[in-house]
Design a protein. Structure first.
Length: 167
């Protein structure tokens, strides 16, 4: 079984799309764990705020199979990938952050994802969900990385309550 972390993000019908993805993940991965949902502003473009979270699953799926799984969840939410650029609104974004302790380029995906250290909206939920887990390249725990994060932490707000009822 491989321990895998991935992120979910949406700023188009965000509550509905994140809730749909969480429901599907709960059906597909019985022991899935979820961070809280965090709100953050759009980065690199003008758009509605994003809702973001991190999910941990133990799975027998290969990385290639998980990439297909992630794309299928995006398509279920109506996501159409266009070549407009990296930063734009989206119904659902599912990114694999870590697959076990794999490092480097695998199946076209850089692991661990640079998003883990570059963006507060990814690092904050990761630190909450897996604060004692170590970054496979840096060796630091995710809680430490969050404490040391030099970006704008105030832009990321953990939402209170049972917004998605995923506990």
């Amino acid at each position: 079984m491989a321990l895998v972390f991935f992120s979910l993000g949406s700023n188009i019908d965000a509550r509905e799309n994140i809730a749909q993805a969480v429901g599907r993940i709960k059906r597909d991965f019985a022991q899935a764990q979820f961070s809280s949902v965090f709100r953050s502003p759009a980065i690199g473009f003008e758009g509605p705020d994003f809702l973001n979270m991190v999910v941990a699953v133990n799975t027998d799926l290969t990385l290639a199979q998980l990439l297909v799984y992630a794309e299928a969840r995006e398509q279920e939410a109506g996501r159409i990938r266009v070549a407009r650029g990296r930063f734009d609104s989206r119904t659902l974004d599912v990114d694999i952050l870590m697959y076990e302790d794999l490092c480097g380029l695998h199946n076209g995906v850089r692991l661990p994802s640079d998003d883990l250290t570059d963006f507060a909206h990814v690092l904050a939920p990761m630190a909450e969900l897996a604060g004692d887990h170590q970054h496979p390249l840096l060796g630091d725990r995710f809680a430490q990385l969050w404490d040391q994060f030099s970006g704008d932490k105030s832009a990321v707000q953990r939402l209170q309550g049972d917004i998605l009822d995923h506990d």
